[in-house]
Design a binder for this molecule. Structure first.
Ligand code: CMC
Length: 434
């Protein structure tokens, strides 16, 4: 018997089946042959929230959640954060290898070429209320870009795809900065293509009347490192949204907007904003034990803690802590850090968190750095979305070029009513509204 198989005996019929095992998985379509009779649809897998289902084969990001390992295209995140720029890492994620100097220059040129927004997009931004949430503005404006580029729908053309990728990577910092300036009522600042990706972003955020913006190098490097850490994270909620929406061959601006919408939720990228709200609510180091008890009693979650895949310290959180020290040397130490450190100290010793393997994730410390840099919490998730756009696009491209992929279309177990007759309106009785 082939060792790389799984034998399944269906006790309903007494029949035994052999199913191939490869890469530690079985294909759930192989279960379909398992039927009780000819009328039976065949066995399916039931896996709400994809707890144990691989939806694709991917060569982009590797995570070992038990050991706390994260690699992009085989390179440990620690090495990339220490030695590379964000645009180098973006190239790596999108193309599979680190660029040579020439390739990097060409890639940086392409991105620079696409940093401007069409003037109509600026006007579009003007339509948002002064207090609109920046993430909602970001999602809507990314989607609105689909109206500006007529070629955007040709998703099966590799050249067109490459152009949209450069466009999106070039434009998301501009959109993010314009959302920020809109919230403050400041005039928009045009991109400055003399500057690096991150420095230009800072220029568009913070330039006032000075003729040329000059970024603090330590803060620019910290932001670059944060962008590297957030660039991809395999099949998370937003990457899954990107792939699912992109699988219908929707254009990449709309698919990216969908992915960004998924990111905005408090259980995903929106957690960084929630962490700051939580630290504000706790107020002081002395209040930490009581807050932890409240969480253990089921009253809320410790935001920035826990992860579906990491059952160990999130390696990104470790690098972020180190980055925070570099930032605080410039901005001064944020007092919220002490509350966060105490929360982490208490939680990591507490049986509730230890037995559930709940560790700080990437969002736990990133918000404290962003706050120290001068961002308000509602901008934090937008800062996550800028670099993650690279990951979404890499996932999208991989999905479209994978011959095994089709339109994403899960199955369901129907739990509703059997066929019913429509009762005329005047004869209906009221039911509890669900
Ligand atoms: N605080 C307190 N308890 C928690 C937390 C938390 N942050 N996270 C999970 N738990 C408990 C949960 O209540 C459950 O307990 P029990 O077994 O008694 O029912 C157990 O741990 C397992 O949790 P789960 O909800 O089944 O785990 P999940 O894999 O479905 O959820 C998560 C993962 C990230 C959504 C969740 O840990 C969470 O909500 N964390 C807070 C939000 C957060 O920080 N999100 C950012 C994730 S990292 C950045 C990103 O990729 O977006």
């Amino acid at each position: 018997m082939d060792k790389n198989t799984l034998s399944i005996t269906d006790n309903r019929t007494g029949k035994t089946y052999s199913v191939a095992v490869s890469d530690g998985t079985i294909r759930t379509m192989d279960l379909r042959q398992i039927k009780t009779d000819a009328e039976d649809f065949g066995l399916m897998g039931y896996d709400p929230a994809f707890m144990n289902t691989a939806s694709c084969r991917s060569a982009i990001t590797f995570i070992d959640g038990e050991k706390g390992i994260l690699r992009y295209r085989g390179y440990p995140i620690e090495d990339l954060a220490e030695t590379c720029s964000f645009l180098e890492v973006a190239y790596l994620i999108l193309h599979g290898d680190l660029p040579t100097e020439d390739q990097l220059n060409e890639w940086a040129d392409q991105v620079r070429h696409h940093t401007m927004l069409h003037e109509t997009t600026k006007k579009f931004l003007e339509g948002f209320r002064y207090d609109a949430h920046p993430m909602a503005m970001f999602v809507s404006t990314v989607a609105a870009l689909a109206t500006v580029y007529p070629d955007v729908r040709k998703v099966l053309d590799p050249e067109v795809r490459a152009r949209q990728i450069a466009r999106l990577v070039g434009k998301v910092p501009t959109i993010a900065a314009y959302c920020y300036r809109h919230s403050l009522g400041y005039p928009y600042v045009y991109p400055d293509n003399d500057l690096s990706y991150t420095e230009n972003f800072m220029n568009m955020l913070w330039k006032m009347v000075e003729p040329k913006y000059s970024a603090n190098p330590a803060l620019a490097r910290a932001l670059d490192v944060l962008f590297i850490l957030h660039a991809d994270h395999e099949q998370n909620c937003s990457a899954n949204a990107m792939r699912a929406v992109g699988s219908s061959q929707a254009d990449p601006f709309l698919a990216t907007a969908a992915a960004a919408a998924a990111l905005s939720g408090p259980l995903h990228g929106g957690a960084n904003e929630e962490v700051l709200k939580m630290l504000d609510e706790i107020g002081s180091v002395a209040n930490v034990p009581a807050y932890v008890e409240k969480v253990k009693a089921g009253k809320g979650k410790l935001m920035g803690f826990g992860h579906r895949v990491y059952k160990n310290y999130d390696p990104r959180a470790r690098i972020i802590k180190w980055t925070a020290d570099r930032v605080f040397e410039v901005t001064g130490r944020n007092p919220k850090l002490d509350i966060a450190l105490e929360l982490e100290r208490i939680a990591l010793q507490d049986e509730y968190f230890v037995t559930r393997k709940l560790y700080p994730n990437v969002d736990f410390y990133s918000g404290i750095i962003y706050k120290a840099m001068g961002f308000s919490p509602d901008m934090f998730t937008v800062l996550f979305a800028i670099p993650r756009t690279v990951g979404w696009l890499a996932q999208w491209q991989e999905m479209l070029t994978d011959p095994e992929q089709k339109i994403a279309r899960p199955r369901q177990i129907y739990t509703g009513q059997e066929t019913r007759k429509v009762v005329p309106l005047e004869k209906r009785v009221a039911h509890a509204v669900v």
